[in-house]
Design a protein around this ligand. Structure first.
Ligand SMILES: O=C(O)CCC(=O)C(=O)O
Ligand SMILES: [Fe+2]
Length: 182
């Protein structure tokens, strides 16, 4: 496990690599490619260009899926708040030409946490598609969708899952795992 910590507006963002064995990353990518996505994921109510997503059953997510268990372990390790409950887990799928908007996953006064898992089996930096984090409408941090990478961040930080560049022939898949204080 390799951890890098960044801070935006006094809040920590943890970037965690090498958590899962390579074959788990590959297996989960292959499973993801065959899932029945639908185009319904909006960054806000005003979003006229929804991207594809698919939701997971949150009842089984933390017990039956390795990604779910790992996300919970990381949450326990990095976030001090004890009583956090999972309220949504889903995979985003986007492609060159799609649209994504800066947004927050919860209101600024809330302590929700989002764990992102980058599902792709390969990613070249020239493909773009970074998750961007903002402070006062300035870009502070860009995180590349490196295969198998996890990112833990406070949902109140404004961010954007940016769309890959034209040379990226793959779908960009990110799993978003969202927790709120109970
Ligand atoms: O795909 C990403 O990098 C970010 C996804 C996201 O912000 C979300 O699902 O709320
Ligand atoms: Fe988000």
């Amino acid at each position: 496990m390799l951890v890098k910590t960044e801070t935006i507006a006094g809040k920590n963002i943890y970037i965690i690599d090498n958590m899962l064995p390579q074959e788990e990353v590959l297996d989960f990518y292959n499973i993801t490619c065959d899932l029945p996505f639908s185009r319904k994921e909006k960054d806000s109510h005003a979003d006229e260009y929804p991207i594809f997503s698919i939701d997971f059953n949150i009842e089984k997510f933390e017990t039956e899926l390795l990604i779910g268990k790992t996300a919970r372990d990381l949450l326990n390790q990095f976030i001090a708040i004890e009583e956090m409950s999972l309220y949504r887990a889903y995979i985003n799928m986007c492609h060159y030409g799609d649209m994504a908007y800066p947004h927050r996953d919860c209101s600024v006064n809330k302590n929700d946490i989002t764990v992102l898992y980058y599902v792709n089996k390969e990613w070249d930096y020239s493909w773009g598609g970074e998750t961007l984090f903002y402070e006062n409408k300035e870009t502070k941090l860009g995180i590349l969708p490196r295969p198998g990478r996890f990112v833990i961040f406070p949902g109140a930080i404004e961010h954007n899952g940016s769309i890959p560049s034209r040379i990226c022939k793959s779908s960009r898949f990110t799993m978003a795992i969202k927790y709120q204080v109970r």
